[in-house]
Design a binder for this molecule. Structure first.
Ligand code: HEM
Ligand code: HEM
Length: 231
């Protein structure tokens, strides 16, 4: 991770390639699970099973894609959990979230790698993936049909469907925020953000990164800069 001076602008490394690749595996698995789950959920959505080679293939594939989601999210969790512990500053930030949404960030505390809302999203995703996996196992008849009573499987179906709806809401908010806050998407596509974005939204994190030194891509020997509103 580093702050870099490139031609006329400052950029900050946000995610290395391995984190980005894993994030996109998680994102694609979740989209495939939502589509295949919807096909299994209601006859009016059954046409979606065409994407997976018909009804029985959809039924067979869906839980295995769930296993891929669990594995990739477990990796993502290990990569990101240390930045997601709650602090007093997060409580303060959340109490001013309206101002953050309307771009008035003067009264907000400085934010580390993630803000309070991102941390809540992270922990909700973690909880919901565990519930989806646990209840998914309960209704995976092919392998676990004999391990649960019919009554337990009924409860499993209801909880699985409810958790699926909650997960979709959380992911929609996550995707919306990624596009709403200008300059965020490049974090997950190119792995870097502008100095201005980092200064505005995650100043504490930028200060920490800058303390480790600034790499000057124009071949000037590295210098230690103070942090200012660079672009
Ligand atoms: C097409 C769908 C998705 C898009 C466009 C997207 C976009 C992004 C972007 C731009 C970031 C960087 C945010 C930052 O560094 O401040 C990010 C981070 C993250 N993404 Fe996604 N994402 C998608 C799907 C998912 C899914 C399905 C999950 C999990 C199930 C997920 C979990 C995360 C987590 C935990 C982070 C780090 C913390 C955060 O920003 O909340 N993403 N995503
Ligand atoms: C995390 C791992 C997951 C596993 C192991 C899993 C497993 C399963 C299984 C075995 C079924 C029953 C299929 C059948 O009728 O034979 C099912 C149904 C379903 N899944 Fe998943 N699933 C997972 C994740 C998800 C996710 C992330 C979503 C959506 C966001 C989802 C949405 C659904 C829906 C809507 C149904 C139909 C529910 C019903 O008929 O009661 N699943 N899943």
């Amino acid at each position: 991770m580093a702050v870099r001076r490139e031609e006329g602008r400052t950029t900050v490394d946000r995610y290395p390639g391995r984190v980005r690749v894993n994030h996109w595996v998680t994102a694609i698995s979740l989209i495939l699970l939502a589509l295949s789950g919807a096909a299994l959920f209601h006859p009016s959505l059954f046409f979606l099973s065409g994407l997976f080679g018909g009804g029985s293939n959809t039924r067979a594939l869906h839980p295995w894609i769930g296993v891929v989601l669990l594995a990739s999210f477990a990796i993502l969790f290990v990569q990101m959990v240390r930045y997601n512990f709650w602090t007093k500053a997060d409580t303060k930030w959340m109490s001013h979230i309206g101002e953050a949404m309307s771009g008035r960030e003067e009264n907000l505390p400085e934010v580390g790698k993630y803000n309070g809302a991102q941390k809540i999203v992270f922990w909700l995703m973690t909880l919901l993936i565990l519930v989806l996996f646990g209840t998914g196992i309960m209704i995976w008849y092919e392998y676990f049909g004999a391990s649960f009573t019919i009554e337990q499987q009924r409860v499993g179906h209801i909880l699985h469907a409810l958790a699926a709806v909650a997960m979709l809401l959380v992911v929609i908010i996550h995707i919306y925020a990624g596009f709403y806050v200008r300059g965020t998407i490049s974090a997950m596509t190119e792995g870097k953000v502008t100095g201005g974005w980092a200064f505005r939204h995650h100043r504490l994190w930028l200060r920490q990164e800058a303390r480790e030194g600034v790499i000057d891509e124009r071949q000037v020997p590295p210098r230690h800069h103070g942090v200012g509103p660079a672009e």
